[in-house]
Design a protein around this ligand. Sequence first.
Ligand SMILES: Cc1cc2nc3c(=O)[nH]c(=O)nc-3n(C[C@H](O)[C@H](O)[C@H](O)COP(=O)(O)OP(=O)(O)OC[C@H]3O[C@@H](n4cnc5c(N)ncnc54)[C@H](O)[C@@H]3O)c2cc1C
Ligand code: FES
Length: 260
Amino acid sequence: MKSKQKATIVSQEQLAPGIWSMWLKTDMAADAHPGQFVGVYPKDGSRLLMRPISICDVSDDRTQMRLVYRAGGSGTKEISSYAAGEEVYLLGVLGNGYDLTKMQGKKVILLGGGIGIPPMLRLAKELDAQGIRTITVLGYADAQLFLNQDFEQASDFVYVATMDGSAGTKGTVIDAMNAGMIMGDVICACGPMPMLRAVKQYAADMGMKAYISLEERMACGVGACLGCVTKTKEKDEHTHVNNTRICVEGPVFDADVVDI
Ligand SMILES: Cc1cc2nc3c(=O)[nH]c(=O)nc-3n(C[C@H](O)[C@H](O)[C@H](O)COP(=O)(O)OP(=O)(O)OC[C@H]3O[C@@H](n4cnc5c(N)ncnc54)[C@H](O)[C@@H]3O)c2cc1C
Ligand code: FES
């Protein structure tokens, strides 16, 4: 059930320049599903809107949740200044997440680009726990890698791509897929829109199923403001328009359904 609740920060550390990892003690960890997200409220009243951040991981006893985020704008920079012991309000758990039943018996390729990498970790762990084999390709701007060692524990194979070629394959996650001749049955991807468009095209060309997580601008996070709609191929049977809300019906979509 969605609610706004206080959570206590257990730890906060910098993983790479501008990239932060925060563990929080929260009841929401019990219900968290891979691909879902929470809204983190800055305490500064001038920053009213929650910041949507994906669930990167949960503790084994499901009492803590890990968020990994880029401190880029004013809200996330403020959040990165919080220390262990401080309290913060969360809205959650939000969104649909990945449907793991569609991956049973399949070889799954996980693609994460930039701040789209964190949600792939929880997904890799839950697939691993169900005995589902995964290959992970992580895309970064440069050799300032983060979370790659966590993926080594959770995924069968981990490949790295960097845009400047300073680590792994030079180029995008798709370049790394081609270079490593990586094949599978299903792709799960999260990252910037140009990457997701390329993934959608790649999956169509290769005859693979793809589930993509869209990380677009959001306001309310609960379906009320229509600030996060994206185009769909088919008309919604209730509203009769080619739109869907990323915060409620997504953020994870079958790539064939959304017109990105
Ligand atoms: C479903 C989802 C999951 C996400 N998961 C992660 C994650 O795990 N790690 C991570 O680093 N980032 C993630 N993002 C992106 C993150 O929400 C934005 O980077 C962040 O909200 C920007 O806030 P700011 O304070 O840095 O910037 P500001 O410029 O101060 O933000 C101003 C307003 O615009 C909104 N906004 C700005 N950019 C974005 C954006 N790209 N997406 C959504 N809202 C935005 C903010 O929420 C805020 O309301 C996710 C976004 C979505 C929609
Ligand atoms: S953010 Fe308000 S409807 Fe999605």
